[in-house]
Design a protein around this ligand. Structure first.
Ligand SMILES: C[S@@+](CC[C@H](N)C(=O)[O-])C[C@H]1O[C@@H](n2cnc3c(N)ncnc32)[C@H](O)[C@@H]1O
Length: 178
């Protein structure tokens, strides 16, 4: 993802559902002037603290605890959600995006990093992933069109999709201002 998507110019990046902060360790190492903010459930702290400490990045990254279905009170220039949205059905995924849109400063970027399901009935790894998502967390893998609809329903415009060299793509969204 870091090779495919240029984060230059981003002052603060928030990783929503950022777990053990390993995404942020990679990002902050590549962009030495950037600051990070990892948002996850309140009890998900220990491994993130350890990883940041081991990478000597504790002073550049804040750990915030909360429930993304209730409120995401973090201010950043970019909001990363990697492997988050596909865990949830449209109603729950839309709720996360709406909660995110509320504190988002104008011009901030929403970056959903996920597998994009190809349309039609061609075989693809994503269809297996889709079944897994349905059976385990009750979620869904989405096509570009499904992402577009999900974003629009939550007050975002799908600006572009940036493929990476791997299976994942970066789906970039911008908040629609009234
Ligand atoms: C599939 S993991 C993805 C972790 C990380 N983003 C990555 O790329 O590996 C989902 C993350 O969402 C977090 N999460 C689940 N429910 C949450 C909630 N209601 N509020 C905040 N974070 C939540 C989990 O604790 C976990 O870290």
């Amino acid at each position: 993802m870091l090779d495919a998507y240029d984060l230059s110019g981003i002052g603060v990046v928030a990783d929503v559902g950022g777990g053990n902060a390993s995404n942020l360790v990679g990002i902050l190492r590549r962009y030495p002037r950037m600051r990070g903010l990892r948002f996850d459930l309140p009890h998900v702290v220990e491994r993130a603290e350890e990883n940041l400490h081991a990478a000597e990045l504790s002073d550049r990254c804040r750990l915030a605890g909360g429930d993304f279905f209730k409120s995401i009170q973090v201010e950043a220039d970019a909001y990363l959600l990697r492997h988050i949205i596909h865990d949830w059905d449209d109603e729950r995924a839309g709720l996360i995006l709406r909660k995110l849109g509320r504190p988002m400063p104008e011009g901030a970027k929403l970056l959903v990093v996920e597998y994009i399901l190809p349309p039609g009935d061609r075989p693809s790894f994503g269809k297996l992933l889709d079944l897994n998502m349905l059976l385990l967390p009750g979620g869904v893998a989405r096509t570009e069109e499904e992402f577009r609809r999900l974003f629009e329903g939550a007050g975002f415009r799908l600006a572009r999709i940036v493929p990476t060299q791997g299976d994942l793509s970066v789906v970039e969204g911008l908040r629609v201002t009234e």
